[in-house]
Design a protein around this ligand. Structure first.
Ligand code: SAH
Ligand code: SF4
Length: 356
């Protein structure tokens, strides 16, 4: 996937280093992103010698689809195997009138940023097996390219809410966002990309000063340090006060609303006190709250609260003056629990070994 890691500047210097004119970079990028060529051999306006060299050094092998779940009219989840045998997941969430309104044509991809995750949130499947490695920018961009190809859909929204902590793979994340955004790349507006983080303050602070208007979502899941700390070890390193201060700076430098994601877990973070504290944080920042009923994970004891408790929590948050929605749709369950498919498959040993 390395070819998809390269920016226009990278291509130009690489090609000049190979004794080729700079304009070949634009030709190659057009083949890769506008025409979605899958073989160097197809790029007929490049000299044969160059094509041969590129196919040797930068093979365009697409991500290998191992499994797909879901159906064409709901969320589709793809399990991919990378060149080194590691597995990641990407989820396609098609336009959903119930979620976004009748006129919506939003087609979202939920992208993974790492294999596994080092942050070990207690409720999450992605961190259960620890962290394996960072994805390259090409493996991140490659998920977009491959899911568009497999689904035949044109994707117009990207959320970094798959496996891994995007801010812990910051350089590759920024590079991938640059390629997704560039006119010579995918050409997707930065406002159509959302980075979700468990609260890595240095990443939030750095993203705040980047020129791109990328959106930010914070996985809060606890409105006080004692509750948050119990389920998210990262809170010890970056406690709420520090996290919320970084969020405030993000909002003022980007002039954007941010989102708090808040999974509702029965008996853990679903009390009226938490709802009131959450509303106060959100109101101060003008943040929008997404309440998400917890999806059960094999091997973990957590459960979602009863529907009635969920509705009460929502009402309390709203009464506290915050803008909040509660996810009620069943079809989206599959999207919220990234990391599960990979674990299931790895545990069942159902995947054949790579050929080489
Ligand atoms: N590491 C980043 C992005 C990936 S997780 C982050 O934590 O924000 C994307 C979202 O899915 C996060 O809000 C995460 O807390 C949530 N999530 C993880 N496991 C879940 C589960 N079992 N049910 C519902 N949401 C879950
Ligand atoms: Fe990692 Fe995010 Fe899962 Fe926490 S919620 S373990 S940060 S992927």
């Amino acid at each position: 996937m390395e070819a998809y890691s390269l920016t226009k500047d990278d291509w130009e210097s690489r090609l000049v280093g190979m004794g080729e004119p700079k304009f070949r970079a634009s030709q190659i990028l057009e083949w890769l992103y506008a025409r979605r060529a899958e073989n160097w051999g197809d790029m007929t306006n490049l000299p044969a010698g160059l094509r041969a060299k590129l196919s040797e050094g930068l093979p365009l092998t697409p991500l290998e689809k191992i499994r797909e779940t879901g159906s064409a009219d709901t969320t589709r989840k793809f399990l991919f195997r990378l060149a080194d045998g590691q597995m990641i997941e990407s989820v396609l969430i098609p336009a959903s009138p119930a979620l976004y309104g009748e006129a919506s044509d939003r087609r979202t991809i939920c992208i993974s940023s790492q294999v596994g995750c080092a942050y070990g949130c207690k409720f999450c499947a992605s961190g259960l097996d620890g962290w394996k490695r960072n994805l390259t920018a090409g493996e991140i961009v490659g998920q977009f390219v491959r899911v568009e190809e497999l689904s035949g859909e044109k994707i117009n929204n990207v959320v970094f809410m798959g496996m891994g902590e995007p801010m812990a793979n910051y350089d590759n994340l920024l590079r991938a966002i640059g390629i997704l955004n560039a006119p010579w790349g995918i050409g997707l507006g930065a406002r159509h990309m959302t980075v979700s983080t468990s609260g890595l303050v240095p990443g939030i602070r750095d993203l705040a000063v980047q020129p791109l208007q990328v959106r930010l979502a914070i996985s809060l899941h606890g409105a006080t340090d004692d509750v948050r700390e119990k389920i998210m070890p990262v809170n010890k390193k970056y406690p709420l006060a520090e996290l919320l201060a970084a969020c405030a700076d993000y909002v003022s430098s980007k002039k954007q609303r941010l989102t708090f994601e808040y999974i509702l877990i029965c008996g853990i973070n679903d009390s009226p006190d938490q709802a009131r504290a959450l509303a106060a944080h959100a109101r101060k920042l003008g943040a929008k709250i997404n309440l998400i009923p917890y999806n059960t994970v094999d091997g973990l004891a957590w459960e979602r609260p009863e529907q009635e408790t969920q509705e009460e929590f929502l009402a309390t948050v709203r009464a506290g003056g915050a803008d909040a929605t509660l996810r009620r749709e069943k079809g989206h369950d599959i999207a919220a629990a990234c990391g599960q498919l990979r674990l299931q498959v790895e545990k069942s040993f159902a995947v054949p070994a790579p050929l080489n």
